[in-house]
Design a protein around this ligand. Structure first.
Ligand code: NIG
Ligand code: FE
Length: 387
């Protein structure tokens, strides 16, 4: 069964081979989809025949968003913590313990319902690939449970046992790292593709550089890919550690020194920026221009979680990146699609070149620019592909 999608006013393919800039932008375009895969893209006038046909009436199409950083397995919320922050309280990760307590108490059914609800909410807003972390269980059984649930909705599962030191290990963080790198990792590895750690030496809750290295090296030895929560609350070793160990992504990058930018520019690690976090914690935004101008690959993601940022909207993150971080609309759309795919080391999503997964996000707008130009407006309309 093949489908010709025509009448596309503007098509973002992210296919540099087309010679239309990094977005591989086509106007008055068409796409042929067969068996869930892009079979052809090009000018509508040159489109081949297909079994079925739909006309989008001049709407823009972008690749489905790739949200490469989200924490979706949790119970409860922290709306009061958010309200306090908006009145001046600082975010320091201390509230994570509240979510850990609520998550441990919750049934599988409750967690599954919340998780599926959030994934559906993301999908309605154009996200077609999402990474989901554990990290609100922090016991062997609760981390395994979180990852089993995550694996029901995505292949991009991340073991984040080293999110914070749980209350019962307060003052004994090295012992907790031994648990994470030992029995917890062993139990979680079958359910995870990635390992992550919250590396923040100045924090009373997270992990210092040596502990983060221990977690990442153990994860790597177990066969997991690496990702790091790095330099969110202050300058620290997280970004450089991520690059040194060949992590797929260093996430947050809110506080960067010259050595961090140089390391990222010389390595293979994507800098994943999470501007919804700065929005929701009233923090300074990361210096995206400095990274882009240094040639660092940049991704945008939501970090959807009940504490530091409870948005599920990639379009909102694009709008913030353009308004607050001086990314161009083209850079921001690339970062939310191809950038996210790079951060997950995926070649089948984040673009619409032939062979890609047919994840088309149809916009109720004539141009990708409207994702930033019309902030807060739900522009993504679902496209039901037959077959
Ligand atoms: O990416 N920084 C650590 N973890 C999350 C926040 C989790 C929470 O506050 O519940 C983050 O911002
Ligand atoms: Fe996070």
């Amino acid at each position: 069964m093949s489908l010709l999608v025509t009448g596309i006013g503007e098509l973002v393919t992210n296919d540099p081979a087309l010679g239309h800039g990094p977005l591989g932008l086509l106007t008055d375009a068409a796409v042929v989809v067969a068996d869930g895969v892009v079979a052809w893209t090009g000018p509508a006038t040159a489109a081949p025949d297909a079994d079925a046909r739909i006309d989008l009436g001049g709407r823009a199409v972008v690749p489905g968003f790739v949200d490469s950083h989200a924490h979706l397995v949790f119970a409860g919320d922290r709306a009061q913590e958010f309200e306090a922050r908006m009145s001046g309280a600082r975010y320091d990760g201390g509230g994570i313990g509240t979510t850990v307590a609520a998550t441990r108490m919750a049934s599988d059914e409750e967690l599954r319902g919340r998780l599926r609800g959030l994934v559906a909410e993301m999908r309605r807003q154009g996200t077609t690939t999402v990474e989901v972390k554990s990290g609100y269980g922090l016991t062997v059984a609760d981390e395994v449970r979180s990852l089993r649930l995550a694996a029901e909705v995505t292949a991009e599962t991340t073991f984040l046992g080293a999110h914070v030191v749980p209350d019962e290990y307060r003052g004994r963080s090295d012992e907790y790292v031994d648990l994470v790198t030992g029995p917890m990792l062993a139990a979680c590895t079958p359910h995870a593709r990635w390992v992550d750690v919250f590396c923040e030496p100045g924090s009373a809750h997270a992990f210092d550089g040596d502990q983060a290295r221990a977690v990442l090296e153990a994860g790597r030895a177990a066969g997991l890919g690496l990702r790091v929560h790095a330099n969110q609350l202050g300058n620290g070793p997280g970004v450089r550690l991520a690059v040194e160990l060949g992590a797929a992504s260093a996430d947050h990058c809110t506080h960067l020194g010259a050595a961090d930018v140089d390391a990222l520019a010389g390595g293979t690690t994507v800098a994943t920026l999470l501007p919804g976090v700065e929005f929701s914690t009233r923090s300074p935004y990361p210096d995206a221009r400095r990274l882009l101008d240094a040639g660092v690959p940049v991704a945008l993601a939501t970090d959807c979680n009940p504490g530091s940022c409870f948005t599920s909207s990639m379009a909102f993150c694009i709008a913030l990146a353009v308004r607050e971080m001086r990314m161009t609309p083209a850079e921001a759309v690339w970062a939310a699609t191809a950038g996210g795919a790079a951060a997950l080391r995926r070649t089948d999503v984040g673009h619409l070149a032939p062979g890609a997964r047919a994840d088309l996000a149809v916009l109720d707008a004539p141009s990708y620019r409207h994702l930033a130009y019309r902030p807060g407006v739900p522009l993504v309309r679902a496209l039901e592909l037959p077959g």
